[in-house]
Structure formats: C-alpha cells, structure tokens
Ligand binder design. Structure first.
Ligand code: PRP
Length: 188
C-alpha cells in the first residue's frame, strides 16, 4: 500500500504527461526492430549513460532479439539545476572491449548535446568499428552546445524540462513510468 501511494504522489507532481508508458513501450519495440535489422550479423554493444539512460537501456536490450552485449559510462552535467551547465564529468568508463565492435550509444535525452559529444569522443578512443547514437528523446532547440548526429530518435519533444523514465529533478521522479512536466510549485 505504501509503495502505490508513493507512486501516485509522484504522478500528482506532474503538470501534464508528455508520453505515456504505453507510447514509450510501443516506440521502443519499433526502434528495436530497426536496430535488429541494421545490426544483424554485427557485433553490437549497447552503451548507456548513467544514470538517466539505464531505464531506457533495460527496456531496449530486452526488446532486441539479436545477440549483443551492453555496458555503461558514467557522465553527469546537470548537477541539481534544471538546465545543463555544459560541463560534463566522466565518472566511469566502459569495461567491455569495444575494439572493432559496433557501438550503439543509448541515451535518454539529447538536450544541449554536451553529454553525447563527450561520451562519443570517449568511446572512439576504444577503436570501435562504429559509434552511432540512439536517443529516446530529442529536444527541439534553437541552439545546442554541440550538434550530434542521432541515428535512432524515439520522440521529438518541445524544449521543456521533463522528468520520469530515468530523468530526474534533484534525483527524484526517475522511477515514474511516464514522462511529464513538473508543476511549477515543485521547483519554484
Ligand atoms: C541528463 C540526461 C542526459 C543529459 C542530456 O543527465 O540524462 O544524460 O543530461 O543533457 P545534455 O544533452 O544537455 O548534455 P545528467 O547530466 O542530469 O545526469 P543523470 O543522468 O545522472 O541525471
């Protein structure tokens, strides 16, 4: 009982839902079909970015039916703020061997591009055959710190601060199954 009431209070903090659990699930299944087709017969490694990307990784890896491995990189840029500082700190490198592998970087959101740029550069140092990017959310922005080419895009969303499905505000809301916009009184 305590668990379910905690969850509903998290949901109550949302002004509105942008993407429901069902919409996210369906789109991830579609993306997995594309990835299976593009990486058939290739040594695929999914690399996710801690901490936000792990929920997407957990769902995507189980939807992909071709053999592959996965790993995680630690990176952080937001701190406790609602907009990116542009400064990205790497806290953990991969341990799986990436040399000559086909790497797919699995990220929850492409916002200013700072995180993806730094992590992609880090992965290139391991001499993989290729590094492509799969982002669940692609934020519409006039200007980014870095323009990065994204091979698979889940959803294009407006330039608003979103939480849920791995995305946090002060480390909260990552466990929401949907993605939404917080009520103003939560952060003002
Ligand atoms: C968030 C998000 C992405 C990144 C995107 O992570 O999960 O990794 O910011 O923003 P960018 O395109 O402007 O770089 P954050 O740095 O907050 O760390 P977290 O995943 O641990 O919450």
């Amino acid at each position: 009982m305590r668990h379910s009431s905690d969850k509903s209070s998290l949901q109550d903090d949302l002004e509105y839902v942008i993407l429901t659990e069902e919409q996210i699930r369906k789109r991830i299944a579609e993306m997995a079909r594309e990835i299976e087709r593009d990486y058939a017969e290739k040594e695929l490694v999914l690399v996710s970015i801690l901490k936000g990307g792990v929920i997407f990784l957990a769902d995507l890896t189980r939807e992909i039916s071709i053999p592959h491995s996965y790993d995680m990189v630690g990176a952080s840029s937001y701190g406790s703020q609602m907009s990116s500082s542009g400064q990205v700190t790497i806290t953990k490198d991969v341990t799986v061997l990436l040399k000559n592998k086909y790497v797919l970087l699995v990220e929850d959101i492409y916002d200013t591009g700072a995180t993806l740029k730094v992590v992609k550069d880090l992965l290139e140092v391991h001499s993989p055959r290729s590094v492509e990017i799969c982002a669940l959310l692609w934020k519409e922005k006039k200007k980014r710190h870095h323009e990065v080419s994204i091979k698979y895009i889940g959803f294009k969303i407006p330039d608003v601060f979103v939480v849920g499905y791995g995305l946090d505000y002060n480390e909260k809301y990552r466990n929401l199954r949907c993605i939404g916009v917080l009520k103003k009184e939560i952060y003002q």
